[in-house]
Design a protein around this ligand. Sequence first.
Ligand SMILES: NC(=O)c1ccc[n+]([C@@H]2O[C@H](COP(=O)([O-])OP(=O)(O)OC[C@H]3O[C@@H](n4cnc5c(N)ncnc54)[C@H](OP(=O)(O)O)[C@@H]3O)[C@@H](O)[C@H]2O)c1
Length: 233
Amino acid sequence: MKHVLVSGGTSTLGKAVCSRFIAEGAMVYCGYSSGEQKAQELVRQLGSSLVPVRLDVTDQASIDDVASKIQSLDVLVNNSGVFSVFSVEELQTEEIQRIFDINVTGLMRVTKRMAPFLQASKGSIINVASINAFHPGFGGTVHYDASKGAVVSYTMSLARELAPLVRVNAVAPGLLEAPYLDETNPLRKLYEQRALLGCLVDADQVSLAVQFLSRCTAMTAQVITIDAGYLAG
Ligand SMILES: NC(=O)c1ccc[n+]([C@@H]2O[C@H](COP(=O)([O-])OP(=O)(O)OC[C@H]3O[C@@H](n4cnc5c(N)ncnc54)[C@H](OP(=O)(O)O)[C@@H]3O)[C@@H](O)[C@H]2O)c1
């Protein structure tokens, strides 16, 4: 049986990724930081092959604790990520550090700790970047955009370091469908106007790309963009 660890497993995208790997018969460790209740709810929905584990990517002890609970690992999905909006003038160093500690350093901490399991299983890593790594966003996100740029370059470098045993790839989603983005939301309108397909991105479609990267043994050091044609628009 395949063993998968998803950080931020109860997030919009995390849930879709957990659900897809459960459907293929995997055992999925669903990492949560503050969302224990959401993780328990997900177990009720997806069944006992989903194992909630407390995983705060800023806390080495919590990462070590997860490592002590898992016997093997085939796929690591580094999905945890946070976002905020501040103009360059308002942006404080503490906020830059918070975003980088979760989106970049946290991802690197988890990867370093889990790498021996993945080397043993000849497994793979899928990092969650963003189209913001490649375009300027809607404003006020220089810190987030830079953090996702770092995820992309980390993916390339790590793929080289861990080859040939472990494959390392990334997905770069566009704006994900979420309840807060209702029909009147100006962000939705801006996104839909530019995206060639005229819509936001369903998390389930991103999870399809994550699953594909976990299976396609000829791919490493790649980033797949899933953005409904936003970047090309
Ligand atoms: N939403 C979008 O439009 C979009 C677009 C492109 C890329 N992405 C990327 O896709 C990924 C998932 O996004 P999302 O929108 O699905 O997330 P989300 O719903 O906003 O949830 C954020 C997730 O990050 C986790 N997290 C926060 N602090 C953490 C910490 N210290 N340690 C571990 N986990 C932590 C949260 O866990 P708890 O709730 O348990 O604290 C939660 O699962 C992120 O990397 C994001 O940058 C999102």
